[in-house]
Write a protein that binds this ligand. Structure first.
Ligand code: 13P
Length: 256
């Protein structure tokens, strides 16, 4: 059984103080949730404060970073290393987010280096893949996702792949209010699972968690989670407010 995961990507929002407030509010709102893994990914600046509050208050959530550099240390002004993240008790690191790929020019090869560095430091990558609007219109979605997956997972062993979470985030659905229909997202995630099977076999494909991301909200989470292949969500905007994020985490009780 794949444990559902709901991860909040706070992008470049929230100061450290604001992040701590949300985490405390969120923890209270979701304290009875047991069977969903909840992850918060604040900015680098807020990681230490959030890590401390999670540890001190024994909060029922994990900590994620939004990015990393692949080198251990060195003259890389402005970058943060996997060793530094591990030191802050970071559990997950988002790699290959479309904003990193498209705004900051990260290539598949760079994403691969980051992903391997995360694994080498005993943290778990959340690998984002997804097509742009143009690629979708040109019916190149499958090809683009295959290229991303194969490139990003190069040299990742059968042992390490078990620590990877994949997030399918169609670029045209991020922050736009447009969501892939739940059937569409399910179909593409099924294809991703088949690609993982071709690389690592059926047992890994059956176990690997694949999330959907792109304008996920309390209003559409239940429908998405009803789909067979969708194991959770990577949430941007709607995770910035504790109430709305908690509603997403509690998707199972949304219809009660
Ligand atoms: P939105 O939920 O704001 O569309 O962002 C999705 C996303 O990019 C999560 O990583």
């Amino acid at each position: 059984m794949r444990k559902p995961m709901i991860a909040g990507n706070w992008k470049m929002y929230k100061t450290a103080g604001q992040a701590v407030f949300i985490v405390q509010d969120l923890a209270e709102l979701i304290k009875d949730v047991k069977d969903v893994e909840v992850i918060v990914c604040p900015s680098y600046i807020a990681l230490k404060s959030v890590s401390t509050v999670i540890e001190m208050d024994k909060l029922n959530m994990g900590l994620g970073a939004q990015n990393v550099y692949w080198e251990e240390e060195g003259a890389f002004t402005g970058e943060v290393s996997p060793m530094m993240l591990k030191d802050l008790r970071v559990d997950y690191v988002i790699v290959g987010h479309s904003e990193r790929r498209h705004i900051f020019g990260e290539t598949n090869e760079m994403v691969n280096k980051k992903l391997k560095a995360v694994l080498a430091h005993d943290m778990k990558p959340i690998l984002c893949v997804g097509e742009t609007k143009e690629e979708r219109e040109e019916e190149r979605t499958d090809e683009v996702i295959k290229e991303q997956l194969f490139g990003n997972l190069a040299e990742v062993s059968l042992r390490d792949i078990r620590k990877v979470v994949i997030a399918y985030e169609p670029v045209w659905a991020i922050g736009t209010g447009l969501t892939a229909s739940s059937e569409d997202a399910n179909d593409i995630i099924q294809n991703i699972r088949a690609l993982i099977e071709s690389l690592y076999g059926s047992e890994v494909a059956e176990d690997i968690r694949i999330l959907y991301g792109g304008s996920v909200k309390p209003e559409n989470i239940t429908e998405l989670m009803e789909e067979q292949e969708i194991d959770g969500a990577l949430v941007g905007g709607a995770s910035l407010d504790a109430q709305s994020f908690a509603k997403i985490v509690k998707y199972q009780s949304a219809e009660e």
